[in-house]
Structure formats: C-alpha cells, structure tokens
Design a protein around this ligand. Structure first.
Ligand code: FES
Ligand code: FES
Length: 204
C-alpha cells in the first residue's frame, strides 16, 4: 500500500513538473523544432533561408526557395542528381546542411543559362541528345560545368598522368559520381568534349 502511494506521488510529481515547464515556456527541447536562419547567394541573388536546422541544402533549394531544377534521387550521396556548385566546387546538396552554407555562393541548374541563352554546355547537351528522361540532367550539367573549371585550373584526377588532357577516360572518371539510369553516358561525354573545345566560355 505504501509502495503504491509512493508510485502515485512520483507520477504526480512528473505531471506537475511538466506543467511548470510548460507555463514557463521551457518545454523539453525534443518537442521544439530548432530553426536557423541562413543567408547565402543563389544564382546571383541574396537569399535568406529560415528552416529547421536539420534541413539539407537540397531540401532548402526545392522546398524553401522553390528551385526544383535540382533533383532528389537517392538522397544519400550516391547518384549525383542533386549536384550544385558551391563557391566554385561541385557538391552533393543532399549531403550538406543549408545551415553550414552561411555566406556561400551557390549555383544551381537554374543559374547556368544567361537569361534565355543556354550555356555552351547546355547547348551541347541538346545537340548531342545527352539525355532521355532528363532526371539526372541538372546534376550532370552542374557537375560538367565544374569539371571544365577543374580542368582549366589543372586539377588532376586519379586517371591523370602528368599533363591533363580531356580524354574520354578523364571525363568518365570525373563524371563517375553522376549516374544516368537512361544510359546516356556516351552522348554526355560527346557533349562535354564539344563544350570543352569552345574553351573557357564553356565553363561559365
Ligand atoms: S540525391 Fe544526392 S547524391 Fe543522390
Ligand atoms: S536521362 Fe534519364 S536518368 Fe539520365
């Protein structure tokens, strides 16, 4: 009997503590959504993203900023559909929290064209039929745009052997993080070769 009485007191104590916490506005943290405000530049525009601190850059682009060109494939860093360019480097936006991009400069597929004028790489993708369903194409384009800049900067890959030549092997290695379920790989390589032949403008 005494034991039951003690048990009641303990549960009542917990209930009262909860009430006090609630009335003071200090509920346990697990019941709150931790929000964060991040300022960054996206395709040349200053943007502020107010989002749950656990939001990925990919979800912030698609859900908060309505930039749905960047695609979600695997959502775990394995397909490259979500590739965007951050401060000149390509990254998988599904693996990166938007809160970690304070002050960063982000380019998505929507930022590759100059108004109505497609970039040389985009034109080459059209010319060479480098897509079928097109789901992977935004990621392929962002990845290839950054790839051409890496080549210009003389950055080697694992298959580079001394002088960096934009060979088919080099392109395939550097684009290996971007999967295409339609198998448009040969045409993608051809498009990149053509864009590269146009020099620095291609990597705009
Ligand atoms: S969605 Fe990011 S790598 Fe697949
Ligand atoms: S064009 Fe369909 S997945 Fe690449």
């Amino acid at each position: 009997m005494e034991h039951e009485h003690r048990r009641w007191n303990l549960s009542e104590d917990a209930r009262l503590r909860s009430q006090v916490r609630h009335s003071r506005g200090c509920e346990p943290q697990s019941t709150r959504t931790p929000m964060h405000s991040t300022q960054l530049t996206i395709n040349g525009r200053r943007e502020t993203v107010n989002a749950d601190i656990r939001t990925t850059l990919l979800d912030a682009l698609r859900e908060n900023l309505n930039l749905t060109g960047t695609k979600k494939g695997c959502d775990q860093g394995q397909c490259g559909a979500c590739t965007v360019i951050v401060n000149g480097r390509r990254i998988n936006s599904c693996l990166s929290l938007v809160a970690s991009h304070e002050g960063d400069d982000v380019v998505t597929v929507e930022g590759l064209a100059d108004g109505e004028a497609l970039s040389p790489l985009q034109r080459a993708f059209v010319t060479h039929d480098a897509f079928q369903c097109g789901y992977c194409t935004p990621g392929q384009l962002c990845s290839a745009t950054a790839l051409l800049k890496e080549i210009e900067a003389g950055e080697p890959s694992v298959v580079s052997n001394g002088e960096i030549i934009l060979s088919e092997e080099e392109i395939r290695e550097r684009m290996s993080g971007n999967l295409c379920r339609c198998g448009a790989y040969n045409n993608i390589v051809d498009a990149i070769v053509e864009a590269a032949a146009q020099g620095g403008e291609a990597a705009r």
